[in-house]
Design a protein around this ligand. Structure first.
Ligand code: SF4
Length: 431
């Protein structure tokens, strides 16, 4: 029996798919080379925003067209969890809509949605050998925060952190399989371990945000001893304590993925989030003082309810001052069940798009200048695939890449001199 898994959405979903694949292999399935040949076809969907949901539906319909007539088509992931009953109703082509707490092998049925945190947890399942010299490692599931625009906690539940031993064990197995870089992911990475500590000591999230002994610091140090590169994604800005900054700099991957969402203080408060432009700039300056070559990435929402022209100006000023290397911009997507959904001061979508175009134009020019400035420098490159490598400045699958000689072995690390900049990508020759 062969399986095919089509994965939509974020890196967290890709890790879930790998773990599903590990589970299927353990049950005797083999991977198919295309959906058309598989007896079990799985769509691991994304429900983050409207555009992601549309893409997920289109993918399911496409798989339904392409699959063998008797193949079993299963829809799982965030959309299945969040809209299970509606999906099962709307997609008669699908054999099973499986929420996080359902096996893919449940009898053909309509889904029953869970009311509490998922019982069928993929976090600690084994995963197949990585085909690239890097791999995501998901260290927690769910989130204890309640940002005004985000529905994730409503269907992923509160944060549940894996133990240090489980995470280090997974990292070791990946390293034994040839992985040289691990990319840590979670909904709110900087709060990793808080739920475990809270269970033991009753500490509040704010204690972590104020610094203290943040569990992620020790985990980062433990992983640094196991693997050449450790990269941390999705850092809520108040969780970026001095101790964590120091631990990240010790990894030799001075890459800071700050989940900022905006720069205007009133708008961030409306989003129920911490921070403002001054605080963000102060942290970025602290990091650059310690590590002038540090790389910064962030993402921002345009058109959140109540956003004004002053907020937009503040974001533009912030981007100019922060000189981030990479940034992603998204228009606000109104999600049922979130505070922002019922806000009366919605921003017209056209205006949000206009603002998005404005910030994108500014940031593209900044990113291009920062890439151009690397020409002539020497970078340590990890070869991901023939002809494609990355320095510590590029996160896999998200940022640009460094183009290299295709004869360099995949998985090797080489010193490369950057000889050209081509949009987001660079070109290097072995130094
Ligand atoms: S921290 Fe991230 S996952 Fe958690 S509620 Fe906020 S946006 Fe959603």
């Amino acid at each position: 029996m062969r399986y095919w898994i089509e994965t939509l959405g974020c890196p967290k979903n890709h890790v879930d798919s790998e773990k599903l694949a590990g589970l299927l292999v353990a049950q005797g399935y083999a991977p198919a080379t295309r959906a058309e040949d598989a007896e079990l076809v799985v769509a691991n969907t994304c429900a983050f925003i409207e555009a992601a949901r549309e893409e997920s539906i289109e993918t399911v319909l496409d798989l339904a067209d392409r699959k063998l007539r008797d193949a079993r088509l299963v829809v799982t992931g965030c959309m299945a969890e969040r809209y299970g009953d509606e999906l099962a109703e709307a997609l008669p082509e699908v054999d099973l809509v499986a929420g996080f707490n359902q096996s893919l092998f449940a009898p053909v049925t309509k889904v029953t949605l869970r009311t509490k945190a998922p019982a069928f947890d993929l976090l600690n399942l084994p995963r197949p050998k990585s085909s690239a010299p890097w791999a995501y490692v998901k260290i927690a599931e769910g989130c204890d925060r309640r940002c005004g625009f985000c529905a994730i906690p409503t269907f992923r539940g509160d944060q549940r952190s894996r133990s240090t031993d489980e995470i280090v064990g997974e990292a070791r197995a990946l390293v034994e399989g040839g992985v040289r870089e691990i990319v840590l992911i979670a909904q709110d990475l900087a709060s990793w371990g808080h739920d475990r500590r809270r269970a033991g000591r009753g500490e509040a999230l704010e204690v972590l945000d104020a610094g203290g002994t943040q569990p992620l610091i020790e985990l980062t140090r433990a992983l640094t001893r196991e693997v050449d590169r450790v990269r941390l994604l999705y850092l809520y800005p108040s969780g970026l304590t001095q101790g964590l900054i120091d631990a990240i700099l010790e990894t030799q991957v001075p890459y800071f993925d700050l989940s900022l969402q905006h720069a205007s203080r009133p708008l961030l408060r409306a989003m129920r989030r911490w921070g403002d432009a001054d605080r963000f700039l102060e942290r970025i300056a602290t990091i650059r003082d310690a590590s002038p070559d540090a790389t910064f990435r962030s993402s921002f929402i345009l058109g959140y309810p109540g956003e004004t022209e002053d907020d937009q100006r503040e974001l533009l000023d912030f981007l100019e001052a922060a000189q981030l290397d990479w940034a992603g911009f998204f228009t606000f997507s109104s999600e049922v069940g979130t505070p922002a959904h019922d806000a009366t001061d919605q921003v017209p979508h056209e205006l949000a798009l206009e603002r998005l175009r404005e910030v994108t134009e500014l940031q593209d020019a900044i990113s291009a200048r920062r890439r151009d400035a690397l020409v002539g420098s020497t970078q340590t490159l990890l070869v991901d695939a023939p002809g494609v490598a990355r320095s510590v400045r590029e996160c896999p699958e998200i940022d640009g890449v460094v183009l290299v000689d295709p004869s360099l072995s995949v998985g090797s690390m080489v010193e490369g001199r950057i000889v050209a900049s081509r949009g987001t990508d660079l070109e290097a020759v072995v130094a």
